[in-house]
Design a protein around this ligand. Structure first.
Ligand code: OAD
Length: 243
């Protein structure tokens, strides 16, 4: 079947070569914190100072990292792929955007965004956000990091489910497959007839669900895959592919 619709899922592994620590690697991002202490609604209620400081540090760190070859390759795919494309990222960094990717949704929130727990408004927030920061919209001291905590509903699920149902190719990059619902996207896409490909440093928890797995660093695997997919599309008229 010719490929027109592609869905790409990215996880922490795509940002690893930029210097952003992954969650479940040996240098795990939690930096001594248990997930329940920094990434749950209960933690935010119990110890808002700790949670806010944790995400302030991660936001600060964004200023010291740059998109890598894998982010740039997906941005190239976005520019040059004539069919449908949706990149769904679990990452809360902004490296996809900085690489120039536009067909993108953040399903686990964004470090550079603040969510008002009182009025529900979101505000772009590049600086520090101490506990009790006042919402510029409603004036309540209720701003929190716009991060989907464990137990909360991931964002953009309707759009993601629709894209998965229409996809002919589903590609998962740099994710351990440990966190649902993202870990189940491969099964949804396959159920609807998509070919499924995993690009990861090591086999993920759901590796057996994929038609194909390529092991290696994203900075090498992703540019090679993008080149391949652009050249294989009959609809693609750039980059040396058939017109
Ligand atoms: P993980 O840290 O669980 O997994 C990262 C994956 O990337 C692992 O399978 C690594 O082998 C792989 N990896 C590491 N370096 C790589 C490289 N250079 N190239 C390719 N792959 C590499 O991160 P996620 O799967 O993204 O949720 O974690 C999912 C969610 O768990 C996160 O979004 C976060 C966390 O709790 C929230 O914040 C809500």
């Amino acid at each position: 079947m010719p490929i027109n619709n592609i869905v790409v899922l990215t996880g922490a592994g795509i940002s690893a070569e930029s210097g952003v620590a992954t969650f479940r690697g040996p240098d795990g991002l939690w930096e001594g914190h248990r997930v329940e202490d920094v990434a749950t609604p209960q933690a935010l209620r119990r110890n808002p100072e700790l949670v806010h400081r944790f995400y302030d540090l991660r936001r600060e760190k964004l200023g010291t990292v740059e998109p890598n070859a894998a982010h740039l390759a997906l941005a190239r795919l976005d520019r040059e792929w004539p069919g449908e494309l949706l990149v769904v990222t679990q990452n809360v960094d902004d490296l996809h955007e900085r690489a120039g990717l536009t067909r993108l949704v953040h399903m686990h929130g964004e470090l550079l965004s603040a969510l008002c727990a009182s009025c529900g408004a979101k505000h772009r927030w590049p600086g520090a956000m101490p506990a009790g920061t006042v919402c510029p919209g409603c004036g309540e001291p209720a701003l929190r990091p716009d991060i989907v905590f464990f137990g909360e509903m991931p964002e953009h699920m309707d759009r993601i489910e629709r894209a998965l149902a229409d996809a002919q190719l589903f590609v998962s990059i740099g994710t351990s497959g440990a966190v649902y619902p993202a870990a189940g996207f491969v099964q949804t896409a396959a159920y609807h007839g998509a070919r499924t490909l995993e690009l990861n440093l090591e086999r993920s928890a759901g590796s057996a669900w994929f038609d194909e797995t390529r092991l290696g660093p994203a900075g090498t695997l992703v540019p090679a895959w993008v080149e391949e997919v652009l050249n294989s599309s009959p609809a693609y008229s750039g980059g040396g592919g058939p017109a």
